[in-house]
Design a protein around this ligand. Structure first.
Ligand code: NOJ
Length: 763
């Protein structure tokens, strides 16, 4: 092959400005370019490209720059400004082959502007809003010199004890897959080579959300059918949408850690799905192969990982230390290393970095004078997106919306909690820039009414929990206790409640309670806050709970105590304004739950689309020897897809265009949606399908489509869904994705439980 001069090619590509405009030609260029570069690299330089380091206090910057200039680092994460990253790219440009670095970060739900946590975004069921959040996050991150994010996180979570439930998009395969695709496209834009785009690396491949018992980092043991049917599609959706990267999970799968799993990365990801991008280990995961008990030492761990298909090693030294020896002894082949390097170079090519290593770093004179400048934030978008993600769970006697002329007691440890408002994985968000609920309510009330604030309780009175949570943040404590006694705090809140027309209590979890390594055995609101709620209830004043939390909580008692409940998750930079918009009726809530709320932690898992069983519990006809817990009501507190509005909606006249469907045909399912209330509002019409009798047992229903629809008061609309054979396919015992002739039930509802049903037959 003709040798290409790297610098010459860089210049040519730079003059073309965008690398991957016309796919086939670009692909040809890319392969030739990468192969040529690979041919010029020493073993040391190759292994250097496989090293992804975290920028932290452990390694002085000067030493990092030396290592980069020596060609011994391929990329970094956690270094997030242009002035920080420029000297590192300069060092790369001093290296022998001038291979650019990439700069990565966990941009999960916003970068500088923090959007609602992922679970909240999913609650909007609004693909346009979700897409806007991802696009803005990409623009802000790219403007800070970042090239790639470790997102979207699309692990299906059906066990709310798992703290990372907050980071994903809920329990449903179809909804999470739709969002997965939307997020990848939003991050990458028309091309990841564009200056205002960042590459997406979907995570955590695979099945991380299914860790046993919801305990973080635990094992996953799952049948292949369940994997293919329920857990793998969201990752596959990201790959199909063009995600350039994949982060491999920390958990094991059926006895083999993902990081050493050849089936996962080679057979499934590369061969079956045709993935052509970069795989990155999770933090220290190669070393953890020793802890998993599949490698006796670092040498074996490095060998397993490279053989299985981990291209880049995140923050452990094992590739650098062990690959040369493994190669020398013939335990690995040159092609094992070359394949991995090829993917790293290819990803950098796709990010546009060979065309211009400073694509996102820009020129020093253009650096923002103030990284945190208000002008860099996207506040109005954040407010709009946040209010779409709030879910009204209860509204007895139309307690909400509140009157702007009212005297309102605002109490609770989360009423004035800027850090919690951002949620976990808040990227480069600055707590001081987030609007608290107190700020938001005061801004609306102005001179018209009055807000009386009292803290009322600490997040928890369990000191061990506070210490654990404060471990999270290096810069400042996450949870700051009010030193006054619990009783003094409650008395103050009760006094405020007594002098108010209505009480709003902001209660739930601190953000760190729903984070990595934050699994819980108990899904109650902590006792200190429950004592507060009880005391507030005793005042007899109307009680509104504003929940802030990163997972479903078991709030049966609070459901009985409160007049109204608004689930706000962690709503981001503009959270306080968005919540106030809903509380005062300036926005009519439209969110729906993307995950089931259990009545108690003992019911978990409670996901709606479980498989059919031989002795199902039948509501209205309970009895012995059916599937239930006898010590509590069967069924969830709030089902998947549930959420109220300030107006009322009705569904009627469900119809199917035919009672049969041909394999190549189409069926129309329609229903009339009417806004029967007095306010304009949006709701989500949901379509579920059940395969009544298959060659293997099938779920009681599965979400297959939905539409979010805005109707004026009194307006109605016929909503249509098209059903084809593809919607009926599933993975059978041979893992063949096919539909089987027979009867199907179609259900349409405004949540997963309250539905209308019609049937048809697939011929
Ligand atoms: C560990 C987490 O599991 C992963 O999601 C994250 O991307 C990395 N740390 C880097 O921060």
């Amino acid at each position: 092959m003709k040798k290409l001069c790297l610098l010459g090619l860089v210049a040519t590509l730079a003059s073309q400005s965008v690398v991957a405009e016309t796919k086939p030609a670009a692909l040809k260029d890319k392969d030739a370019f990468v192969s040529d570069l690979l041919g010029q690299m020493t073993l040391d330089e190759k292994i250097g490209q496989l090293r992804l380091i975290s920028i932290g206090p452990e390694m002085p910057r000067e030493m990092i720059r030396k290592e980069i200039a020596a060609g011994r680092i391929g990329g970094t994460f956690n270094s997030i400004t242009r002035p920080e990253n420029r000297p590192m790219q300069d060092a790369a440009m001093r290296s022998r082959l001038k291979i650019p670095m990439f700069f990565a970060y966990d941009v999960i739900h916003g970068h500088r502007t923090i959007f609602p946590i992922s679970l909240a975004l999913a609650s909007s069921w609004d693909m346009d809003a979700i897409s806007r959040s991802g696009r803005i996050a990409a623009k802000e991150a790219a403007a800070d010199s970042l090239d790639i994010t470790f997102a979207p996180m699309v692990d299906i979570s059906r066990d709310a004890r798992w703290g990372r439930t907050s980071e994903g998009f809920g329990e449903d395969t179809y909804l999470v897959s739709r969002i997965s695709e939307v997020m990848v496209k939003a991050f990458q834009g028309p091309s990841p080579a564009q200056a205002d785009s960042i590459m997406a690396s979907v995570k955590h491949f695979a099945l991380y959300g299914a860790v046993e018992g919801g305990r973080d980092y635990n094992v996953v043991d799952m049948s292949p059918v369940k994997m293919y049917q329920d857990y793998l599609p969201p990752y596959h959706a990201a790959i199909k949408a063009g995600a350039g990267g994949v982060m491999v999970a920390l958990n094991s799968i059926n006895g083999v850690p993902a990081t050493a799993n050849t089936w996962l990365m080679n057979d499934l990801l590369r061969k079956e799905w045709g993935f052509k991008g970069l795989t990155v280990s999770d933090h220290g995961a190669i070393f953890e192969l020793i802890k998993h008990g599949v490698a006796k030492d670092g040498r074996e761990a490095a060998k397993l990982a490279i053989k299985a298909g981990i291209d880049m090693s995140m923050n452990d030294q094992l590739y650098g230390k062990e690959l040369p020896g493994l190669l020398k002894s013939g335990e690995i082949e040159q092609s094992d290393i070359d394949n991995a390097v090829r993917e790293v170079l290819g990803a950098k090519y796709d990010m546009g970095l060979f065309a211009d290593p400073y694509l996102r770093i820009g020129k020093a004179e253009d650096d923002p004078a103030d990284t945190y400048a208000e002008s860099r934030l996207h506040r109005s978008e954040a407010r709009d997106i946040a209010r779409r993600s709030l879910v009204l769970l209860k509204n007895h006697n139309d307690t909400l919306p509140l009157k702007k002329s009212a005297t309102i007691a605002l109490v609770g440890p989360l009423a004035k909690a800027p850090i919690d408002m951002m949620g976990s994985w808040a990227a480069a968000g600055k707590p001081a820039q987030s609007v608290t609920l107190l700020d938001g309510m005061n801004a609306v009330i102005g001179e018209k009414g009055q807000v009386i604030y009292a803290r009322g309780a600490n997040i928890t009175s369990d000191k061990a929990v506070v210490d654990y949570l404060n471990f999270l943040n290096f810069d400042a404590p996450e949870v700051v206790d009010d030193p006054r006694s619990a009783q003094v705090l409650i008395d103050e809140a009760v006094k405020a409640a007594k002098s108010a027309d209505v009480v709003v209590a902001a209660v739930g979890e601190s953000r760190g309670m729903s984070h990595e390594s934050s699994s819980r055995t108990d899904l109650n609101i902590p006792q200190s806050q429950r004592d507060l709620i009880k005391a507030l209830k005793a005042t007899g004043k109307p009680l509104v709970l504003v929940l802030m939390n990163g997972r479903p909580l078991s709030i049966l008692e609070e459901h009985q105590q409160a007049d109204a409940i608004l689930e706000t998750w962690f709503a981001g930079t503009e959270g306080g304004n968005a919540i106030a918009d809903v509380l005062f009726g300036d926005y009519n809530p439209s969110g729906k739950l993307p995950i089931t709320f259990p009545r108690s932690v003992g019911q978990i898992p409670t996901y709606y689309n479980h498989l059919t069983i031989g002795r199902p519990f039948t509501p209205g006809k309970p009895g012995n020897y059916t599937s239930q817990y006898f010590d509590d009501t069967t069924g969830p507190l709030y089902p998947f897809g549930y959420g109220l509005s300030y107006t009322r909606f009705s569904l009627s006249d469900m119809a199917l265009s035919s009672t049969t469907l041909n394999k190549t045909g189409k069926l129309d399912a329609s229903v009339t949606l009417k806004n029967t209330g007095k306010l304009d509002g949006e709701t989500v019409v949901q379509l579920y399908i059940q395969d009544v009798a298959g060659s293997m047992i099938r779920p009681i229903k599965e979400l297959k489509n939905f539409q979010k629809i805005l109707l004026k008061a009194g307006e109605s609309k016929v909503v249509h869904f098209s059903i084809t054979e593809d919607d009926l396919k599933f993975y059978n015992t041979q893992l063949k994705f096919a539909a089987e002739p027979g009867q199907f039930n179609v259900q349409i509802g405004l949540d997963s439980q309250d539905v209308q049903q019609q049937s048809f037959e697939l011929l």
